[in-house]
Design a protein around this ligand. Structure first.
Ligand SMILES: Nc1ncnc2c1ncn2[C@@H]1O[C@H](COP(=O)(O)OP(=O)(O)OP(=O)(O)O)[C@@H](O)[C@H]1O
Length: 731
């Protein structure tokens, strides 16, 4: 009999986690309509809206106006984002707009935020708009702004050379998405609709500007100011600008666009309407509001109850407490489980987004996932229930032949705009109806505003920069009335983040039931067994090792671990050590900015995060750049075993795990955290904090020839299985 001996005490999760009750029960909301509580209705008596129906559910909804002129929508433990008012009931919308909503967008009922805006029309007022993620803010502000434009066009002061609506977006992806929505809703108006973003031909954009009226312009700040300076027609047109919109207003400031925002506001005419839009009203949104709406009264349309979270309630959310060295196998299990579950429930493949906090980590996780998740598809027989097709059959379930391939995509700020757009389009249009699935691995470049319809699962790897960012990331699923699920992988050192989520976002996250501490420990054991037997080279599960007791380990899990192990090993063996070390440093760069806000323990973070090196057999932590040292080595802990990378590490050419054709190689090594990589101001400005560029290193100096073989146990085995590079030094 085998007895499982953990030679790696850290490998087993010992910490206990209190399992709290989820406040976001899956599909909790679809009961409803019956239950508007009299006590609540009397609290909000001024304006009670009728209830209704949305795409997927029955909702109850009512709103109220209080004295401070802030309108709250009272969600009343429902996930209601739609009101029962069909668009056709709104008489205040221009008929051409209405026509487009019906025939081009094909929307039936208005969402709450849309109802809020439309109820105010016609209006020249300034609006500060807050509504939950994925609840249709884009169309809401477009409808409002277009009404103002239509009115202006009909007025005697109309000048055909003037600009109608200028919409500022923090990222190119979002700008292009808004542009597409604007084209649709402006269909019958025959407006000129433009998008000005970096990474694409400025000449072409200027050509368009000269050719067509500037009715609606969507732009990122950098390219906008660039064209503003260089195009007389554009400059003249802005003198009569009617409406200025800042979408994802706080992100503009988060990304360091303060100066650009200030310039844009300064250069616009004072007489205009303003819309400020976000799913979260941080201090920063109010900062823009102060600038843009200075001295003017504005109406705050807050569609989220102050006691509620900004995330739609039907998104089931949980955390998985797990060490970084277990991520890949856990991903293998989590993703396969999600895909299987979704196919069984709906007959469809999955659309999944995985968020990481640095470009380096995003690229590494993408490459790893390609090794063990992507496949060319196979036909499988599935018996599934509740499928959208099940009505075609007499029974509740039926056998179905589906293809079962998984495509893996990756977007981050170091990719060219052309590649970003292409991948974004592919993922957006990915068809899951034949059982195929798609996974997008991305940085926060895709966290805000970006709409990938049909995304049913969002997985966050590690804590994001703010609790608001968590809600924006989660908001990529559960959109437009659809259901969705979110999970976050959290290392023990990051647990304070989960508590902050509760405090700041009122999100009481529960531990995952399926991947709780015990389940994660099982994963670890199974992987250890496979790893052990692989190292003995005696075949998986053979009987001639008396150190391991595998009887308690589920046979299927062992088989899955072996399958994963074999596939992942082929990737890890060829991965570039320097890329992996850079990933580790970039992650610490990300955590550096969280230390204070989430009261994280620096030495614990270093220890936890360094486990990301283990699957690649890297034993010693690389030396940290001075910018990080100051934050992470204050007490001298956490650096035992740190090793300086130096020239003596060089052993010839790279193994080429990441070959140079990858976009991630293209740019500088600085600016690992690309929440700024999506800046669009003509050049990439790396944040000092995360710019750990070490120009003196050349890639070949850190070739991976000397990297160890894959081993989850390398920590325990010293050098016997892990060849350390020379030149190690403590930091
Ligand atoms: N009234 C409606 N009926 C059906 N679908 C709608 C409606 N309004 C918007 N949608 C769809 O809902 C999705 C989300 O809309 P949108 O991107 O505008 O959300 P958002 O509130 O801006 O989200 P985020 O906070 O993430 O920016 C889009 O696919 C959009 O086409």
């Amino acid at each position: 009999m085998y007895r499982l001996v953990s030679k790696n005490p850290n490998a087993f999760l010992k910490a206990t986690v209190s399992v709290r009750t989820a406040t976001q029960p899956l599909f909790a909301s679809f009961s409803l309509a019956n239950s508007i509580k009299p006590s609540l209705t009397s609290l909000f008596s001024s304006k009670i809206q009728k209830n209704l129906f949305s795409n997927s559910a029955i909702f109850s909804e009512y709103t109220a106006t209080n004295k401070s002129d802030v309108i709250y929508t009272q969600p009343e433990h429902t996930s209601a984002e739609y009101v029962p008012v069909p668009f056709s009931n709104y008489t205040q919308i221009n008929s051409k707009t209405m026509h487009a909503i019906k025939d081009v967008l094909r929307f039936k009922d208005a969402s709450i935020v849309q109802d809020k805006i439309i109820s105010e029309l016609p209006s020249e007022q300034d609006f500060l708009i807050k509504a939950k993620t994925g609840t249709g803010k884009t169309i809401a502000f477009l409808v409002g702004a277009i009404e103002t434009l239509v009115k202006y066009k009909a007025s005697p002061s109309y000048n055909k050379d003037s600009m109608g609506i200028l919409i500022i977006s923090p990222t190119r992806e979002l700008a292009k998405q808004i542009h597409q929505e604007a084209i649709k809703i402006a269909h019958y108006h025959k407006f000129g609709v433009h998008v000005l973003v970096g990474g694409e031909s400025s000449r072409l954009q200027q050509h368009q500007i000269n050719k067509e009226p500037l009715d609606i312009v969507v732009a990122t700040p950098g390219r906008l100011l660039d064209i503003w300076e260089n195009s007389n027609k554009f400059d003249r047109a802005t003198k009569n600008l009617q409406v200025l919109v800042f979408d994802e207003a706080d992100m503009l400031l988060d990304m360091g666009f303060q100066k650009e925002v200030a310039r844009i506001i300064e250069q616009c005419p004072k007489e205009r309407q303003n819309f400020l839009v976000s799913a979260t009203f941080s201090r920063k949104v109010r900062e823009i509001a102060r600038q843009a709406l200075a001295g003017k009264s504005f109406k705050e349309l807050d569609c989220v109850d102050p006691n509620e979270t900004n995330v739609v309630q039907r998104i089931k959310q949980s955390y998985i407490k797990i060490n970084w060295d277990m991520h890949y196998f856990a991903l293998h299990q989590i993703l396969n489980s999600q895909i299987k579950k979704n196919i069984e429930e709906t007959g469809n493949g999955s659309k999944i987004i995985i968020f990481l906090s640095s470009t380096k980590a995003t690229q590494v996780y993408h490459d790893a996932l390609q090794s063990f998740m992507s496949n060319r598809g196979m036909s499988v027989n599935l018996s599934y229930k509740n499928s959208r097709n099940s009505h075609k059959n007499s029974g509740n379930s039926r056998n179905l032949q589906v293809k079962n391939s998984t495509a893996i995509y990756c977007i981050h700020g170091k990719k060219t705009q052309e590649v970003r757009s292409r991948i974004s389009d592919r993922f957006r249009n990915f068809n899951t109806s034949d059982g195929n699935s798609a996974i997008l691995i991305t940085t926060d470049i895709s966290a805000r505003g970006v709409d990938y319809p049909g995304t049913n699962f969002v997985l966050q790897v590690g804590a994001p920069s703010t609790t608001e960012q968590y809600t924006h990331r989660i908001g990529r699923t559960g959109r437009a009335g659809k259901s969705g699920e979110g999970m976050i992988l959290i290392s023990p050192a990051e647990m304070p983040f989960v508590r902050e989520l509760e405090r700041e976002q009122k999100l009481n996250l529960a531990e995952s039931e399926e991947f709780n501490i015990e389940a994660v420990s099982n994963l670890e054991q199974a992987l250890s067994v496979v790893n052990e037997s692989s190292e003995r080279n005696d075949g998986f599960g053979s009987d001639d090792n008396d150190n391991i007791d595998i009887s308690s380990i589920d046979k299927n899990l062992l088989a899955e671990a072996r399958n994963f192990y074999n596939r992942f090993r082929s990737y890890s063996a060829s991965a570039d050590t320097m890329e992996i070390e850079d990933m580790y440093i970039s992650l610490l760069g990300h955590y550096q900015s969280l230390l204070g806000s989430f009261r994280l323990d620096p030495s614990k973070l270093v220890e936890d995060t360094s486990k990301s090196l283990i699957p690649f057999g890297i034993i010693d932590k690389p030396r940290l750049p001075s910018m990080l040292k100051a934050s992470f080595s204050g007490n001298g802990k956490g650096f035992s075993g740190s090793r300086q990378r130096n020239r003596s590490d060089s052993r010839g050419s790279s193994r080429g795990g990441y070959n140079d054709s990858r976009e991630s190689r293209g740019g500088s090594r600085g600016g690992y955290n690309d929440s700024k990589g999506s800046r669009d101001d003509g050049q990439y400005r790396s944040n000092d904090k995360s710019d750990f560029k070490n120009k003196s290193r050349s890639r070949s100096q850190y070739s991976s020839n000397d990297r160890t073989e894959f081993s989850y146990k390398s920590r325990d085995r010293g050098n016997s299985h892990s060849r350390q590079r020379g030149g190690s030094s403590r930091d």
